[in-house]
Write a protein that binds this ligand. Structure first.
Ligand SMILES: [Zn+2]
Length: 178
């Protein structure tokens, strides 16, 4: 897989101190993420919300909908990324930032990187989530374990056969990289 570092992410790294300043607008966007989380709790869903912002405007916002949709991947951040990509007609959100009511779990953090979102603001920490029995912190700890020692072991199988697809991708001239 290719994880290209877009220019804005590179600049974000170089000018980090400047980017760490919190503005009143940042607080407004975070409060909207928290409002979506509150609303979700009232409606029987999980206590998480997120918004994605581009050029100072909210382009997408969603709560967690795991239990409503019977979808374990329907975390607030993933839902919001899907919504933003549909709305903007792109799989590349490098000109966007995300405000999430809780520090992203490893799945959402991965999704944020795959979407090339350039910055994350979070409210609750993964420790706060662990304190109310969500597995975020546990999954982060699993990542530090040896693959075969994890609760869900990962076992290598048929690599030589699977590699043929990668060779085909590598050689394809007109592929759409992401
Ligand atoms: Zn998540």
């Amino acid at each position: 897989m290719v994880l290209i570092l877009p220019l804005n992410i590179f600049l974000n790294m170089v000018w980090r101190p400047n980017k760490m300043q919190i503005t009143e607008q940042d607080k407004t966007f975070m409060r909207e993420a928290i409002r979506l989380a509150d609303e979700s709790v009232k409606n029987g869903g999980g206590p998480f919300g997120a918004v994605i912002v581009r050029d100072g405007e909210i382009v997408a916002g969603s709560a967690n909908s795991v239990t409503r949709d019977n979808d374990p991947t329907a975390h607030a951040e993933v839902n919001t990324i899907r919504q933003a990509c549909r709305k903007l007609g792109t799989f590349d959100l490098s000109d966007c930032v995300i405000y999430t009511s809780c520090e992203p779990c490893p799945m959402c953090l991965g999704a944020i990187y795959w979407a090339h979102i350039s910055r994350i603001y979070y409210g609750n920490t993964k420790k706060d989530a662990a304190d109310i029995d969500f597995a975020d912190d546990f999954i982060y700890k699993e990542l530090e374990q040896h693959k075969e020692a994890r609760v869900v072991p990962a076992i290598p199988l048929l690599r030589n056969e699977a590699l043929k697809t990668f060779r085909a991708w590598e050689q394809k001239q007109d592929k759409i990289e992401y």
